[in-house]
Design a protein around this ligand. Structure first.
Ligand SMILES: [Zn+2]
Length: 364
């Protein structure tokens, strides 16, 4: 199986364009044209995981965290990152990471924990801004259906839990074909009026070229008139963290113990109990202290994340219960998620989750 085909399965689910600017998600080591015999999924890439891949004959490791984050100036094995990269290259093992792009889709990193907690009405906690564009185009009446279908199939027209969203208005388009043009309708040098539909819809930036290609190939005109505007609306299902509701409110400690059991966290650091039942739950796997204030504003009773620094715990300010369950514990379900994403598309492909816990943190 070509590596690039596996990559497009992952990136259809979690487009690379959605990764944070500081991130380095995507193909980290290897060529996308290489043939992949077998793949191994692991939360992090460590030397042990590379050894495991060699042992089982896997020449691709798919991880959540990219092994290379900041630039590498030397490859002489002087630290664990260099040793791992050298080992992967020497053994022709490709390394691919689905990181903040997977965090930022609503069915991404936080999905499995939310499902295990039976959360309902799940929404993105911090929707990304400025990712949306508006497309306006003008289509001869008889071709409206065809063009509309093509741009919807390319991914335009989604608003929340609705697809095929657009607006149309009737009008008249005018043009005069010049020498050298091949007009679909009308004659060279003659003013032409055509009954047209003005069609408006929206699409996220990362599918712009797909939408425009679909428009131009479905539209009958030689020169298609269309406008693209950046719009300020949030995209409701793209962004960091999620928030949802328990169907039955729970006592705070009952809830935390449940989280401990589900995530196999050995310890949970939490702020003062507020002696009120937990109903609204916010989650951000990994380092999520940056969303404490968002979780408070969204009315969450509890916020689950990892890597909270001492002083950041004060931000709870007795108005929300903040629980640090550990970085690994809050995100390691990405292994299961990545397996299901790939198995759904290529059920017979040889892929498995690593037996190794790469959590560098131990508890006494
Ligand atoms: Zn992480």
């Amino acid at each position: 199986m070509k590596l690039k085909d596996i990559i497009s399965i992952i990136e259809d689910y979690a487009p690379l364009a959605l990764q944070e600017s500081y991130d380095n998600a995507g193909l980290v080591v290897g060529s996308s044209n290489m043939e992949v015999d077998k793949a191994l999924i692991s939360f992090d890439v460590t030397e042990e995981v590379i050894d495991e891949a060699i042992k089982i004959g896997a020449n691709l490791i798919i991880s959540h965290h990219p092994i290379i984050f900041s630039g590498i100036k030397k490859l002489n094995g002087s630290n664990y990152v260099e040793r791992i990269v050298i080992k992967a290259i020497k053994n022709d093992i490709a390394l691919y990471a689905a990181h903040t792009n997977l965090d930022n889709v609503i069915n991404g990193t936080n999905k499995i924990l939310a499902e295990k907690l039976n959360l309902k009405n799940i929404k993105t906690l911090s929707p990304q801004k400025n990712l949306l564009n508006k497309l306006v185009t003008y289509i001869p009446v008889d071709y409206k259906e065809k063009v509309q279908r093509a741009i919807f199939e390319a991914g335009a027209g989604h608003i929340g839990k609705y697809d095929s969203c657009s607006f149309e208005a009737k009008g008249v388009g005018t043009f005069r074909a010049q020498e050298g043009s091949t007009p679909f309708v009308g004659n060279i040098g003659k003013m032409h009026n055509e009954a047209e539909i003005r069609l408006e819809t929206i699409f996220p930036s990362h599918i712009k070229s797909k939408v425009i290609t679909a428009l131009l190939s479905a539209h009958p005109y030689q020169e298609v008139a269309y406008d693209i505007y950046k719009i300020e609306n949030n995209i409701s299902n793209i962004g960091a963290g999620i928030i949802g509701e328990l169907s039955e409110p729970q006592e705070e400690l009952v809830f935390l113990n449940n989280v401990k059991e589900i995530t196999k966290a050995e310890g949970i650091k939490y702020t003062n109990l507020l002696n009120k039942k937990v109903r609204k739950v916010a989650i951000c796997g990994g380092s999520g202290a940056f969303l404490i204030s968002k979780a408070k504003r969204a009315g969450a009773d509890v916020y689950i994340t990892g890597d909270i620094k001492y002083h950041e715990f004060f931000d709870a300010d007795n108005s929300i219960l903040v629980a640090d369950i550990g970085h690994y514990e809050s995100e390691h379900f990405t292994n299961t998620l990545l397996l299901s994403i790939i198995k759904e598309k290529i059920p017979t492909f040889a892929i498995q989750i690593s037996d190794i816990s790469t959590n560098p943190v131990n508890y006494l």
